[in-house]
Design a protein around this ligand. Structure first.
Ligand code: URA
Ligand code: URA
Length: 255
């Protein structure tokens, strides 16, 4: 187990290593998988460097720190047996994308395709989400971070149950604390209710800024809903444009 002070010391060594590598004209050294060993202590405390000021990109060292912290969190989740969803899963789907993403998409939980792949949003809904990110926002999946409220596939695609959400949501909170995005985009009713409370109504409340853990949050429809109701894409585009404006991204006219 490493204390917070020890983790900071490890990062300080990493910084020195980076400087040495740079001076030798080499690329950054690989981050050893076992660089951090965080215990299953009582309340996990993410150690996060100060967020960059607006318009300033995080430096490489800070990005490495966030990547290492996400990796340590993934290790701590381990071969999770904390709730009954573990019984039916093939792969735990932690999430993926940039550890320094300015924007995080949060879905409800992995579907069958995601369970098989161990990656979020790779099935039909995922393809639509990817088109929103690429064609709509002009970004790539690597620029953002994509994850879910529960990390394991609920059997037969049922909604995750309250106890499953309560067990898993601390990990989402930690991911958000480590990444420190400027905006969360919450996809669909189930994720909305998990993050904002069971009174949340997706049709009435999408498109309106909320906040979660002090981070501005935009709720919008789930891509699976858009596949069944293509006319709602127009509304999602309105919501995405609000996010882009907030991030200072150029909004191009869209069909
Ligand atoms: N639906 C979700 O909510 N999350 C995924 O990862 C895939 C489909
Ligand atoms: N119902 C849902 O669960 N999600 C949506 O996005 C819309 C309706």
């Amino acid at each position: 187990m490493n204390t917070e002070a020890e983790i900071r010391e490890i990062f300080s060594h990493m910084r020195d290593l980076l400087t040495a590598y740079r001076e030798m004209g080499l690329g950054p050294p690989p981050v050893p998988a076992d660089a951090l060993c965080v215990s299953r202590g009582p309340e996990p405390k993410p150690v996060r460097p100060a967020p960059p000021r607006a318009g300033e990109t995080m430096d490489r060292t800070a990005a490495l720190e966030c990547a290492a912290l996400l990796e340590a969190l993934r290790d701590r989740i381990g071969d999770c047996q904390r709730c009954k969803l573990c019984q039916g899963r093939t792969h735990l789907v932690f999430g993926e994308g940039s550890p320094e993403a300015r924007m995080v998409f949060v879905g409800e939980g992995p579907g069958h395709d995601e369970d098989m792949a161990g990656r979020p949003f790779v099935g039909e809904s995922g393809k639509l989400l990817t088109r929103i990110i690429e064609n709509g926002m002009g970004l790539t999946r690597k620029d953002v971070y994509i994850c879910n409220v529960v990390k394991c596939h609920p059997p037969k695609n049922r909604d995750p149950e309250t106890d499953e959400i309560e067990t898993c949501i601390p990990f989402l909170k930690e991911q958000l604390a480590i990444i420190g995005p400027e905006v969360i985009c919450c996809l669909g009713r189930v994720a909305g209710q998990a993050l904002l409370g069971t009174d949340f109504k997706i049709s009435a409340e999408r498109g309106k800024w909320r906040s979660y853990q002090g981070i501005p949050l935009m709720p919008t429809f789930h891509p699976a809903y858009l596949l069944r109701n293509p006319s709602a894409k127009r509304l999602v585009w309105e919501d995405i444009k609000k996010i882009m404006t907030r991030l200072g991204l150029e909004v191009k006219p869209h069909g």
